[in-house]
Design a protein around this ligand. Structure first.
Ligand code: COA
Length: 327
């Protein structure tokens, strides 16, 4: 048997402030009804005083390490998928490494938006295929509330903050990560973007007046591309492993919109119990959405030894990808 990467612990963390659709009604011209029917979202959590991306990421990491029975000093690598780091430098991964005291670990952030966790797991998988003794912490963590224009109803109702983590190591057994497929299309990047605050458009009065410090999205266009890409990458994973859809025990897809999840379920012919949903509780948490869902599915024993798990993600860039594994 070749080396295979397995997940031996999962964890998640949410910030302290609950923001319901009713709360948003008092902030912008919207309604609980509109948000629920168009997106499935009922509430989301956002950071309060003293809560940062690395704070959430560290909490999620500690939960995952505890479940795995792995000490921070045993970690070889920390990968954090995020588009909302505390600072450009140091990376969130380095801040987590410091907080955990993971002295031996290399650490880096990965920029693949909502696909960050899948991209991160696929990198971990490659390391572990070479050396199954390695222990790698993969995190998706976001503070999108600091990149949202709270006066723009077309975006501010969609996003939330949070973090999720997984401890990955290797086995010789016939289980674990079976395939990963990564894709991108930079030509469509303008449909979902934060134009400012990078080095191309640093902070100037003009940039701030244009609102380029905020997430800007052409929702309908993004929706169309998301459903197509998610469906095609799901089939790619199924075909690569010779799986039929009725063999899938659980689909964890990026939680961006309930209508996207329903569309995907119908296209793949899956029953509702096979599609994990938590978007109503957390909104779209970008790179954190899949690892939070994975942790919830794992802790509620929806994943049992041998379960066939398919994960699919799509996000700004555009980026998208899939991962198939036997739990
Ligand atoms: N409350 C009330 N009305 C709103 C609103 C809100 N929060 N946001 C937009 N509207 C209005 C629009 O102004 C528009 O009004 P008009 O018809 O008078 O012009 C109407 O609702 C419909 O807007 P539209 O943008 O066409 O709605 P939609 O059905 O496409 O839903 C999204 C909008 C954003 C929920 C949807 O497009 C979506 O989920 N897109 C994909 C998002 C995504 O997945 N992003 C992340 C990928 S990682």
């Amino acid at each position: 048997m070749p080396n295979r990467a397995i997940i031996i612990g999962t964890g998640s963390a949410l910030p302290s402030r609950l923001l319901t659709n009713r709360d948003l009604e008092a902030m912008v011209e919207t309604s609980d009804e509109w948000i629920k029917t168009r997106t499935g979202i009922e509430q989301r959590y956002i950071v309060g005083e003293g809560e940062t991306n690395s704070f959430l990421a560290t909490r999620a990491a500690k939960n995952a390490l505890e479940m795995a029975g792995v000490r921070p000093q045993e970690l070889d690598l920390i990968i954090v998928g995020t588009l909302t780091p505390d600072t450009p430098m140091p990376s969130v991964a380095c801040l987590v490494q410091k907080e955990l005291g993971a002295k031996k670990a290399g650490a880096f952030d990965l920029s693949a938006t909502c696909s960050g966790f899948i991209y991160g797991l696929s990198i971990a998988d490659k390391f572990i295929r070479d050396n199954r003794k390695m222990k790698i912490l993969v995190i998706g963590s976001e503070v999108l509330s600091r990149r949202v224009n709270w006066t723009d109803r077309t975006t501010c109702v969609l996003f939330g903050d949070g973090a999720g983590a997984a401890v990955v190591t290797g086995t010789k057994e016939d289980r674990g990560i079976l395939s990963t497929h990564l894709h991108a299309d930079g030509a469509l990047g303008d449909l979902l973007t934060i134009k400012g605050l990078g080095t191309a458009h640093p902070v100037t009065m003009e940039m701030l007046e244009l609102g380029w410090q905020y997430i800007q999205m052409q929702g309908r266009e993004v929706f169309k591309h998301a459903v197509k890409a998610l469906e095609s990458v799901a089939w790619e994973a199924l075909n690569a492993n010779g799986w039929t859809t009725d063999q899938v025990d659980l689909l964890i897809a990026h939680q961006a919109n309930m209508r996207i999840l329903d569309f995907l379920r119908e296209k793949l012919g899956l029953t509702t119990d096979k599609v994990f949903i938590n978007i109503h509780k957390y909104g779209n948490t970008s790179a954190a959405s899949i690892p939070i869902a994975l942790d919830e599915a794992n802790r509620s024993r929806l994943l049992l030894p041998g379960s066939k798990l398919l994960m699919v993600a799509f996000g700004g860039g555009f980026t998208w990808g899939s991962l198939a594994m036997r739990w």
